[in-house]
Design a protein around this ligand. Structure first.
Ligand code: PMP
Length: 436
């Protein structure tokens, strides 16, 4: 067992001054139980906690750190920026450089606006879509997460209706009245909703590779049809690529699938580990935004020079090193090895769904027709409990997975082959313990 005595003291103190002791809920470990290690430092693919325990990290700050912790190029860019000033609140050139790099490489992103989180990016993209179309309704999908703005904090309503209901206290039903929810992987449901509400729908928003409720892989022909139906009704397509942007390919899932949404949201990787978000798309749409157009959106620290410099270093390095093919191959190999170990060492069915450098280990038997989990309802009932138990065995063997059965794993370029072997050893241990 790891000695977590200092973390435990800090956690007790934190709970007195902060809800749940944390500044974002999953960090509190309620999904797995136990004390969250308080991390003191990180380097490459390794976290070190305040008690001196070291962990191989597969959470990687929830996705931004595709180049690992403390990438030297990102760190030196951020330090150089800090030495010139932490924030100007003026026009400045590092945000220009990042915007030019993104729009230069992803042709359908003609203009981009930087914000401070993925939540803000989505909120703003939706506002642009509503402003540009003069329509109010937004269609989202059950199993996709788009941040914590009121209109997106919804769950599907009761059985036969697609109307959303708030899934958080403090969200008035009025603010979700214009949010419609459809099941993923069901094009008929989308058609039905458009038939009923088509002329009121401003946009459809989707994570093209949904990675917030496990990794719910969607078929590209489903996405193709979704785009076609949306456009045939005069609505806009928003790809939420906060996780997948610059991770699955430089141009994200859109590049992988060869698709061009009308609007896109980014975050995570483009800030190099600093708080960030962005929304982009055709110039005609982005020119709806103030000061050019009537859609208001602003931010004190938006385009912060430290964030922008770190993001520019990250994105430039990704462009030049193009690690995507190798990351995807290594992740696919990891997935195969995990499944093989589970087969050899236990009776528990284990399936790994992976795309690019994202992976999700599914415990329990998958009963869908095609053997894949594409909607939340297809997640095996046993998955959560198996995950929770294996989580602690892994943690005690120096592996840090995101502390929830429904979060994905993130591979970075900093994960070495030796570290991957260590992980597989620990996984073998965990799966044997689960079967025993
Ligand atoms: N959209 C997606 C697809 C996300 O994964 C997230 C966060 N994980 C968000 C939006 C919200 O981003 P943030 O946490 O930066 O507000």
């Amino acid at each position: 067992m790891n000695n977590l005595s200092k973390s435990s003291q800090l956690f007790d103190r934190s709970k007195k001054v902060t809800p749940g002791g944390v500044h974002s809920p999953v960090r509190a470990f309620q999904g797995v139980g136990g004390t969250p290690p308080f991390i003191d430092s990180a380097s490459g693919a390794t976290l070190t906690d305040v008690d001196g325990n070291r962990y191989l990290d597969f959470c990687m700050s929830w996705g931004p750190l595709i180049l690992g912790h403390q990438d030297p190029d990102i760190a030196s860019a951020a330090i150089a920026a800090i030495s010139k000033g932490c924030s100007f609140g003026t026009a400045e050139a590092s945000s220009l450089a990042l915007a030019e790099l993104i729009t230069g490489q992803i042709p359908w992103v003609e203009k981009v606006r930087f914000v401070n989180s993925g939540t803000e990016a989505v909120m703003s993209a939706i506002r642009v879509a509503r402003g540009a179309t003069g329509r109010n309704k937004i269609l989202k999908f059950d199993g996709c997460y788009h941040g914590h703005s009121d209109a997106m904090l919804v769950q599907a309503g009761s059985g036969l209706t697609e109307m959303a209901t708030p899934n958080s206290a403090g969200v008035p039903a009025e603010t979700t009245r214009n949010t419609l929810v459809a099941p993923l992987n069901d094009i008929q449901a989308v058609e039905t909703i458009f038939t009923a509400h088509g002329t009121d729908i401003a946009a459809v928003i989707i994570e093209p590779v949904p990675a917030n409720n496990g990794l719910l892989l969607q078929r590209s022909d489903y996405l193709d049809k979704l785009i076609a139906i949306t456009r045939s009704h005069g609505a806009l397509v928003i790809f939420d690529e906060v996780i997948t942007g610059f991770r699955l390919a430089f141009g994200g899932a859109a590049e992988v699938f060869g698709m061009e949404p009308d609007l896109v949201t980014y975050g995570k990787i483009i800030g190099g580990g600093f708080p960030v978000g962005a929304y982009g798309g055709r110039a005609e749409l982005l020119d709806q935004v103030a000061p050019n157009g009537p859609v208001y959106q602003a931010g004190t620290l938006s385009g912060n020079p430290v964030t922008m410099s770190a993001g520019l270093a990250a994105v430039s390095k990704l462009l030049h090193e193009n690690p995507y093919k190798q990351l995807a191959e290594r992740t696919a190999q990891l997935a195969q090895n995990i499944e093989a170990i589970a087969r050899e060492e236990s009776d528990i069915p284990v399936t790994v769904q992976a795309q690019g450098s994202l992976f999700w280990i599914i415990y329990g038997e998958i009963t869908s027709n095609d053997g894949a989990v594409r909607i939340p309802e297809q997640i095996p009932a046993a998955h959560k409990d198996y995950f929770r138990q294996s989580f602690h065995t892994l943690l005690n063997n120096g592996i840090y997975m995101a502390p929830s059965a429904f979060e994905v794993g993130f591979l970075s370029t900093a994960h070495s082959s030796e570290q991957m072997e260590n992980y597989l050893g620990a996984f073998g241990h965990a799966i044997r313990e689960l079967s025993a």
